[in-house]
Design a protein around this ligand. Structure first.
Ligand code: AMP
Ligand code: ZN
Length: 473
């Protein structure tokens, strides 16, 4: 399996630290608002990476944080005249709802910055002890950037270029820095802000230190994969490396993965530009599976433009796959008992289908090329449509269904009927049965009434050669 490593700018063979295990850390959102669909891109993609590792037999320890102390959270709390923890807890819950809807599995651990302050104080103390950090007069602790020889190795930036870029920056307390490149590890509290006691002053951590501390605590000093959106390469991940490697004396992460942006009109979707749609808004309009399929239809290192046309075309593509699965399900239900052994020709067809799983795996092994993996699924669908009909053996139909469902599951997509509870399915099937009886008795008015009643409930009936099928509108 090859992974493009931002650090070396090359695709490299993946070698885990512990055989059979993957330790990965994905920087999560700052929780002061509902997440937008740009935030959902790394969540969906890295959840898929995790699922693919698991498909390959790895045990994955997946850590993703919530940044729950930050200027924007504090500002929002002040506006609402409440505590910043009320804001962060509210939006963590909302974020988890969106994740569930998008079939993003909960991380093994979701640490929160405010619960890890002790670890941060410990790491900052260590950095001060070894001269990598210093406390200014007002109690602010800064990281001594130039002391870390490898600063810039991830973002491929040169310290002197950075120096000139920083000159224009006016940061409060900046005059107390030894060097404009130095960044904050701990800062004194301001009126009305949340704070914690520390050896330096009552205050709160800078942003970068939380990930260094939480990654070490839950995954160890060196991890396999550290990931996030490409806006995090600099300064966030560069600073995390400086902190962790100076404190631990070993490499921080072996592979660095960064997704490109979700754009609108070729500009990054972001809260600050105001050009965003929340996941909540989009899910009121589209099936979450469509959004997930749309996100994965383009390679993660390519920008992805959000437009209704592209989402519609993703919807059509996904429907093609779901229709194929539905046909197979229908044939399985209406077919004979599947316990008969598969005939020679059926075995041949199944063997032929395995080629598409190999193509899927080859695409995923090539730096998680989900776009090509989806093409392999389309090819499998075409193959199934050509090789299966009403007369097909149930064991064959079942084998193909399981293969298709299994590949879709790696992408976090289900081919099961969505959004219908068992009771609902039972009700729909009873109505279909009643309608068939009405038709048999030539009571077409009653049959149509049943169809209309279901339609009013958002259930569409379709009469096909193989029988009556239903779907949600
Ligand atoms: P934030 O809440 O801004 O810290 O972002 C949380 C995660 O979402 C980070 O990994 C960001 O890199 C990522 N992210 C934010 N905006 C976008 C976007 N428009 N496209 C892709 N990823 C994004
Ligand atoms: Zn981080």
């Amino acid at each position: 399996m090859k992974i493009f490593n931002t650090m070396t700018r090359r695709k490299e063979e993946f070698k885990p630290i512990t055989p059979g295990e993957v330790k990965m850390y994905v920087c999560g959102p700052t929780v002061y608002n509902l997440i937008h669909i740009g935030n959902a891109r790394p969540m969906i993609f890295f959840d898929t990476v995790r699922r693919y590792f698991e498909y390959c037999g790895y045990k994955v320890n997946y850590v993703s944080n919530f940044t729950d102390v930050d200027d924007k959270i504090i500002k929002k709390a002040m506006e609402e005249n409440t505590d910043s923890s009320v804001i962060s807890e509210r939006y963590i819950e909302e974020c988890k709802k969106d994740m569930t809807a998008l079939r993003i599995r909960p991380a093994t651990t979701h640490p929160q910055a405010t619960r890890e302050i002790d670890g941060m104080i410990e790491m900052i103390n260590k950095l001060i002890g070894t001269g990598y950090a210093y406390c200014a007069e007002d109690g602010t602790v800064y990281y001594r950037t130039r002391k870390f020889r490898y600063y810039g190795k991830l973002s491929h930036k040169n310290l002197d270029d950075l120096q000139s870029g920083f000159r224009q920056l006016q940061v409060s307390g900046a005059e107390q820095k030894e060097d404009p490149l130095d960044f904050v590890l701990w800062k004194p509290k301001k009126e009305g802000e949340p704070y914690w006691d520390s050896p330096w002053c009552k205050g709160r951590p800078g942003w970068h230190i939380e990930c260094s501390v939480m990654s070490k605590r839950y995954l160890g000093d060196t991890i396999d994969i550290h990931a996030g959106g490409e806006d995090l390469i600099f300064p966030h991940h560069e600073n995390e490396i400086a902190q962790s490697e100076a404190a631990n004396g070993v490499p921080f992460a072996n592979y660095w993965m960064h997704n490109a942006f979700l754009n609108i009109d070729n500009r990054k979707m972001s809260k600050s530009l105001g050009n965003f749609f929340t996941v909540r808004e989009i899910l009121a309009e589209y099936d979450p599976q469509v959004i997930r399929f749309f996100m994965l239809s383009v390679h993660y290192r390519s920008p992805l433009n959000f437009s209704r046309e592209l989402v519609e075309s993703a919807k059509n593509g996904l429907d093609r796959i779901l229709n194929c699965a539905e046909n197979l399900q229908f044939l399985m239900q209406s077919g004979k008992d599947g316990s008969d052994p598969l005939s020679e020709s059926g075995t041949k067809i199944l063997e032929g289908a395995a080629e598409y799983s190999r193509q899927f795996e080859a695409a995923m092994n090539d730096d998680f090329n989900t776009a090509d993996a989806i093409s392999a699924i389309f090819d499998l669908v075409r193959y199934i449509n050509q090789n299966v009909n009403e007369g097909s053996e149930t064991a064959l139909v079942k084998g193909l269904y399981e293969q298709l469902a299994g590949l879709m599951d790696v992408l976090g997509l289900t081919v099961e009927k969505q959004g219908a509870s068992d009771d609902e399915v039972r009700y729909i099937e009873e109505m279909i049965e009643k309608r068939a009886e009405a038709k048999k008795a030539r009571d077409y008015a009653a049959a149509d009434a049943i169809r209309d009643e279901l339609k009013a409930k958002g259930i569409i009936l379709e009469d096909t050669r193989e029988g009556v099928k239903w779907k949600k509108a």
